[in-house]
Ligand binder design. Structure first.
Ligand code: CTP
Ligand code: MG
Length: 384
């Protein structure tokens, strides 16, 4: 079955506060919407992921795209969730999809197992949603904010998203709805007289609604985070030249590094370290020296690619430490500029980047001034 996903992300998140619509808030190093898209993207089920946004949020959307390393397929939403879903459905119906998952951007913890349960049930049902039994005793609020009637929780469950539908039947239900706004899409199907099957929801798949939900989410992620390191090493031959590129800056000291690209050994070691932490092989594998397109290439591009791979692996850089090993050029005068440049490329504060230099006491190829070596160690946090 061809399935499209629609993520509704056009709300203002007023109950959550925080100054920024909640789907754009940072959660343990990654914005909520980026986490949400990442989860849906990773499971490989969806032919398209359409994100319904408020066009006023363009700067936030750019930041999410930066974290994900790819562009989002966005369309403008409306004043209510119902209106935003309608816009999403219109876009989904142009994709040739037979089924659609509608998901709240405010639920970043949807699991692959839950998506599988929904896909599986969609084989037998027109509409399927995850639901969880409520555990607290329920009540109606009475006069003056005091407790009114108790409400039996027998047979009551709480609905979650993603909610999954055969596209034609959901379009039909929305066509019958007219101008009313309902809380979710299953309610729209029920209003049109359709049946909605239930699969087990997940407590972890809670919706970020209040400031307390953000605290809970942050704690949950941090408790599952692990710290990893990656290391890289690179050598390039030294020659007489006007310009040398090292750690992303230009040094004019009558020396250059020989290589296929700009031969920036510092950035190459750093790139390998980041690829290492991402478990993504090495620089030669991603940018083969035999490939003419990398001739003379600036190493910034290699580094940014490695960062993207780390993000894809759920990683976030924490710290980078580079050691340059050479008799010449003198690194000291350039150290601050290197640190500033590397920090900016990595998106880290300068205090989390270190540039060290050493000689090898005139020993070996570095000691004889034949080449320059660089090694890098990076620390990254992997969150689920
Ligand atoms: N949503 C939307 N368009 C709207 C309103 C809501 O796309 N006009 C989306 C939200 O971005 C969210 C989901 O619908 O992902 C569920 O809505 P809710 O949790 O109520 O989010 P907000 O409306 O943003 O929050 P609040 O009600 O606290 O303002
Ligand atoms: Mg709302």
């Amino acid at each position: 079955m061809k399935i499209a996903a629609v993520i509704v992300a056009a709300g203002r998140g007023e109950r959550a506060g925080g100054g920024v619509p909640k789907q754009y808030r940072d959660l343990a190093g990654k914005r909520v919407l980026a986490r949400c898209v990442h989860r849906l993207h990773q499971c490989g089920v969806f032919m398209r992921i359409i994100v319904v946004v408020n066009p006023l949020d363009r700067d936030h959307i750019d930041a999410v795209e930066g974290e994900l390393g790819f562009r989002l397929d966005t369309i403008p939403g409306g004043a209510t969730r119902t209106a935003s879903v309608r816009a999403g459905l219109e876009a989904a119906s142009e994709t040739g999809a037979e089924a659609v998952f509608i998901h709240d951007a405010a639920r970043p913890f949807v699991s692959p197992a839950l998506i599988d349960r929904l896909v599986d049930a969609l084989e037998r049902h027109q509409a399927v949603i995850p639901a969880l039994p409520v555990s607290d005793a329920l009540l109606r609020v009475g006069d003056g904010g005091a407790m009114g009637e108790p409400v039996s929780r027998d047979g009551l469950q709480a609905a979650q998203t993603p909610q999954a539908f055969h596209l034609a039947s959901l379009l039909d239900a929305y066509a019958q709805l007219g101008g009313t706004a309902l809380p979710d899409d299953a309610a729209v199907v029920r209003a049109a007289g359709g049946e909605v099957a239930l699969v087990a929801g997940e407590a972890e798949n809670f919706k970020l609604t209040t400031p307390e939900d953000f605290i809970r989410a942050e704690r949950m992620l941090m408790s599952e985070a692990i710290t990893v390191t990656g290391q890289g090493f690179d050598v390039h031959r030294l020659e007489t030249a006007e310009v040398m590129w090292l750690c992303g800056i230009e040094i004019r000291a009558g020396l250059g590094l020989v290589g296929h690209s700009d031969a920036d050994a510092g950035l190459h070691a750093l790139t390998d370290a980041i690829l290492g932490a991402a478990g993504a092989g090495d620089i030669g594998e991603h940018f083969p020296p035999s490939d003419p397109q990398w001739k003379g290439a600036r190493s910034d591009a290699f580094l940014l690619h490695a960062i993207k791979r780390l993000h894809e692996a759920g990683g976030e850089l924490v710290h980078a430490d580079i050691t340059l090993i050479a008799e010449r050029p003198k690194i000291g005068p350039h150290r601050d500029a290197m640190r500033t440049r590397v920090a900016s490329l990595l998106g880290l504060p300068e205090k989390r980047v270190n540039i060290a230099a050493t000689t090898t006491e005139k020993l070996g190829f570095t000691g004889r001034g034949e080449g320059l070596a660089a090694q890098a160690i990076i620390t990254a946090r992997l969150t689920p």
